[in-house]
Design a binder for this molecule. Structure first.
Ligand SMILES: Cc1ncc(COP(=O)(O)O)c(C=O)c1O
Length: 390
């Protein structure tokens, strides 16, 4: 297989007018946190569009949509989420969004005044900070360990006088570390939010993507228990395709109502009613459930291939095998600066740890994504990493 790859077995690539980030032929880009092209269900989206929109469809789907989204779609989504999360979700707790990036901006404008502070896990999703900064917010970091946010460090920051408008967390299979927030810590975080009067914004695109036999991890909302301290954001990007630009906000109705008063919604109606209508069909037909099952099998096998290759080719690497999500967070030898390493790479890309850091020094870490490449390509990517290091 190595000989075949060296001899030019084509690697998964993407480019052209539709994509934000290209993966040029010959380069393995382990920075790409997106599904591989072969996992994007275009034919099914086409069938769903045909079923919903062609002959006999209701033309009012092209009208300005009901502010929170079609109640029937929200009902189907609530049933699907209840199953995927393993705890009840009510339609009244849901609002349709245009995906999490846009929802984070929307939430920032609704729940934080310009100049306010947001506290985020450190390291965190490296593009979230930009969304907060665009909303005029400043970001403080609190370390995350293998059990999630370090609450002792958070309490210290609160005691120092920092008053966050919200605390931004990725509780399930965190980007970049893969860590899951322990239930006891999640409950304690909600209690802290109550005591110090802040909101918890939980970014949860990976909850359904778990690769072990554990019970569903569930949403941060299961720990809210009606206190209206948690606002959870979900997305179809990692499940069906980022180009749909569709997701949901999930919170107590009084928080959802505050979001619904945003000027953008009052002027433009709900987000993406046509796409929601198409995705509705993939839920009701059972396709989404079957597709997520397939993703769990494929991504689980890819995660195993990546970690086996790391053990073999980079034996000094420190990492927790991913139990879900898209990423493996890898500690290299402490003398290595992963940004400098990346500068020298010609046939490999990855996200250097420093890009994910808020306040910590994480220069010797790398974030490797296993969602975009097939198993043999991931193995080859790790070989290239090993060569680069040596
Ligand atoms: C934690 C996290 N939040 C949000 C996003 C982006 O979400 P969306 O595509 O719904 O805007 C990503 C994508 O990598 C992510 O990992």
């Amino acid at each position: 297989l190595a000989a075949l790859i060296a001899g030019g077995l084509p690697l998964t690539s993407q480019g052209g007018r539709f994509v934000q980030t290209s993966a040029p032929p010959g380069v393995i880009n382990l920075g790409l946190g997106q599904p591989s092209p072969g996992l994007l269900p275009l034919a099914e989206i086409g069938r769903a569009a045909q079923a919903q929109l062609a002959g006999g469809g209701d033309p009012l789907v092209l009208q300005y949509g009901a502010v929170l989204g079609d109640p029937e779609f929200r009902g189907s989504l609530a049933r699907w989420l209840s199953d995927a999360y393993g705890h009840p979700v009510a339609a009244e707790q849901l609002m349709v969004t245009a995906g999490t990036s846009s929802a984070l901006s929307f939430v920032s404008q609704t729940f934080a005044a310009p100049g306010a502070t947001v506290v985020s896990e450190d390291p965190t999703y490296f593009l979230a900070n930009g969304v907060f900064q665009s909303a005029g917010l400043s970001v403080r970091g609190v370390p995350i360990d293998e059990h999630g946010l370090d609450l002792v460090a958070l309490e210290r920051l609160l005691a120092s006088g920092v008053r966050p408008a919200f605390v931004y967390v990725i509780p399930a299979y965190q980007n970049p570390t893969g860590a899951c927030l322990q239930p006891e810590r999640a409950r304690e975080l909600v209690a802290l939010a109550d005591r110090h009067d802040f909101l918890i914004v939980a970014d949860e695109p990976y909850v359904a993507l778990r690769y072990d036999d554990s019970a569903p991890f569930g949403s941060m909302m299961r720990h809210d228990e009606g206190r209206a301290r948690v606002l959870s954001l979900g997305s179809f990007s990692k499940l069906l395709g980022p180009g749909l630009r569709l997701g949901w906000a999930h919170a107590e109705p009084k928080l959802i109502e505050r979001l619904s008063l945003h000027g953008t919604l009052r002027s433009g109606g709900c987000f993406n009613p046509v796409i929601a209508n198409i995705v509705h069909h993939t839920i009701d037909s059972g396709f989404l459930t079957a597709h997520v099952e397939q993703l769990r099998a494929v991504f689980g096998a890819r995660a195993s291939a990546l970690t086996a290759a790391l053990r073999e080719h980079v034996p000094s690497a420190r990492f927790e095998p991913p139990r879900g999500g898209y990423f493996c967070w890898v500690g290299l030898d402490e003398s290595i600066d992963s940004e400098a390493l990346l500068d020298r790479a010609t046939d490999l890309r990855f996200i250097p740890g420093r890009r994910c850091a808020v306040e910590r020094a994480l220069a010797s870490f790398v974030r490797l994504s296993f969602s975009f490449y097939e198993e043999h390509e991931l193995v080859e990517g790790v070989r290239r990493l090993a060569r680069l290091i040596s």
